[in-house]
Ligand binder design. Structure first.
Ligand code: GN1
Ligand code: MG
Length: 357
């Protein structure tokens, strides 16, 4: 079965402008959305091949244009560029009638990614590279970027989907999830008053969890962001909060032992120092909202996981029946911990980050 699949993948690669060889493949079982393979030549890793999930991303053409446009800005001595390999007909992706949309990217050798920050350097580097990504894209022409998932981090939409899932959920599930449901309702009230109206729109990554940052195995520097499907307009606090939920928390996203979920102040501070090392690039209003971003992002992910649990797992790939509920409970637990740190976070960002004038 697997061998057959690799014959097919080799056939598929013939559509890209790369050397004609028989390549080997390693499935990478990370992520809840796409299918990802490492492409090797004689055991040497060369490319990342991905099938883009067309159920989730309706406009794959727009998505690939977003990535190609962003890549034009993401070139800097402190940011490692990734290359999109073109197809034989000079496109940035290949559409196969049967299996869908495929793209091929350069693999950066000697790199790794972390699920959690195990030391301050990882947290600092994560902050530095997320800041660098935004600095490099700050002059990008927003009109060129389509919304690959409209209203992706828009709370009113996620609230509506949550309410709908409650209407259709089985009663046992509503019972099992009752604490999560009441936490969601309480927190929605707190977060719905956040005001985005004074914030600039930026080209954001929108999925800056730590394991979407590539690190060098040699000097342990953060090189660049990967998993670029959700590059589209957004607010800086989306990228900030999504990074913090994985950098300042040393537990897994679906951790069931909630004693392990913590808000690590030294890691938070190291991340802020990393951001700061790029020089000022945020407005005062953006800086003021950062602490709330660290509450907002774990919460909205928890809410989406809860909604999918109630909908019987139709969106995320799950490895066991209640994984979405476990993710929700863990994410809500961290949300709560971040809520308790609001004052502290406000003090740190005020102290360290200077607004751009
Ligand atoms: C999904 O598949 P993956 O891990 O790249 C999701 C992200 C979440 C993430 C983990 C398009 O991304 O928003 O951060 O799971 N991506 C989409 O919770 O929904
Ligand atoms: Mg992703």
């Amino acid at each position: 079965m697997i061998a057959n699949k690799y014959v097919e993948l080799n056939e598929l690669l013939k559509n890209f402008s790369i050397a004609r060889k028989t390549y080997e493949f390693q499935g990478i079982n990370q992520g809840y959305i796409n299918d990802t393979y490492l492409v090797l030549d004689n055991q040497f890793p060369l490319y990342i091949l991905q099938r883009v999930n067309h159920n989730v991303f309706k406009d794959v053409h727009g998505l690939m244009e977003n990535i190609a446009n962003a890549f034009q800005h993401l070139e800097d001595e402190n940011y490692t560029a990734i290359e999109l390999l073109k197809t034989e007909s000079d496109h940035s992706y290949y559409k196969d009638e049967k299996t869908g949309y495929w793209r091929l990217m350069s693999y950066i050798n000697n790199t790794t990614a972390y699920d959690n920050a195990t030391d301050n350097n990882i947290a600092f580097e994560a902050g530095r590279v997320v800041g660098k990504f935004h600095q490099l894209l700050s002059e990008a022409d927003l009109d060129k970027y389509v919304d690959t998932i409209p209203n992706f981090h828009h709370l009113p939409l996620r609230e509506k989907q949550f309410e709908e899932s409650i209407q259709s959920a089985k009663s046992e599930k509503l019972e099992t999830a009752k604490n999560a449901i009441s936490f969601a309702k309480e927190t929605l009230e707190k977060l719905n008053i956040l005001d985005n109206s004074k914030l600039p729109l930026r080209v954001c990554h929108n999925d800056t969890k730590l394991n979407n940052i590539l690190f060098s195995k040699e000097d342990h520097r953060a090189l660049c962001l990967i998993d670029l499907d959700t590059i589209m307009k957004g607010y800086f606090y989306f990228d900030f909060g999504d990074a913090i939920r994985t950098v300042a928390n040393t537990a897994a996203e679906d951790e069931q032992d909630h004693d392990k979920i913590t808000f690590e102040r030294p890691l938070f501070e190291a991340f802020i120092k990393g951001l700061e090392s790029n020089g000022p690039f945020l407005s005062k209003e953006e800086i003021d909202l950062l602490p709330w971003g660290a509450v907002f992002m774990p919460f909205i992910h928890g809410l989406r996981a809860l909604t999918d649990y109630l909908n019987d797992n139709i969106y995320y790939k799950v490895s066991y029946e209640n994984q979405n509920l476990d993710r929700c409970l863990s994410l809500f637990n961290f949300t709560n911990k971040a809520l308790q740190q609001l004052e502290y976070m406000t003090q740190v960002v005020k102290e360290r980050l200077t607004p751009k004038v």
